[in-house]
Design a protein around this ligand. Sequence first.
Ligand SMILES: C[S@@+](CC[C@H](N)C(=O)[O-])C[C@H]1O[C@@H](n2cnc3c(N)ncnc32)[C@H](O)[C@@H]1O
Length: 252
Amino acid sequence: MSEQLDSAAYYHIAYDAHTIMNPLGDERFLFLAEQCGLTSSSRVLDIGSGNGWSSLLLCRRFGCCSVQVDVSSQWTARARALFEREQCADRTEIHCMDAAAFHLEQDAFDLVLCLGTAPVYGGFAPALSALQPVLREGGCIIVGEPSAEGPLPRRYREYLDEFGWEIFDAKTLLRIIDDCGLEALMTLRSTRDEWDRYMGLQWKAISDRRHAVPGDAQLREFAEWARDEQEAYLRFQRHWVDWNVFLLRALR
Ligand SMILES: C[S@@+](CC[C@H](N)C(=O)[O-])C[C@H]1O[C@@H](n2cnc3c(N)ncnc32)[C@H](O)[C@@H]1O
């Protein structure tokens, strides 16, 4: 992979066909959310909300309101259009900004979503520490985080090191949850099919764009990156890395 590759531009194309932008399927995500007792008066904070799909699922199922924060103007525009199309724009607030700079109101939310976005706060532990205080009494966090039981193959460790990606084992994730004053109520691990679907949609979206605009140098570079990612995924990630979505509640 090229160090100069514009990863924001890459993911803007790669997630073009996704609904939820992480490997857990809609119904399994909703199963976790159902455990939170959400109602039409509940408030949800969605950190790194992407195209708005997760917040929309909650709004449709429970009638709750959401506050979405995402740094990308492309994704916040998508999310606005989605909520308008579904005629529930009055059930959400969408902020286009760096979530790390978003003022976190204390004791204000019944559910916080942090799906694939812990890096916004510098990692899993600082994300949980930052988000725990915003929970109302009995409120929950749904957080997605990868894990891997080592030792990982040397080649894959080198690959992760190259991008500064740190993947903890499950024991370390649970210790961090404890240390942040939270308890794990449930965790769902993405199935192989969910992982494959999530990755495959990215590769196909990159290829589709390249076919639509032949000869574009950046798209050629993106296609080469996708090819590298395919190899890392099929050789290593698919076998070694779990995508966990935890349902957490504050210990009072
Ligand atoms: C993998 S997507 C996940 C989207 C959504 N949480 C989901 O699971 O469907 C990551 C999202 O985080 C957003 N993001 C990345 N860095 C961010 C930051 N510093 N502040 C806010 N959003 C950020 C990206 O724009 C992208 O929409």
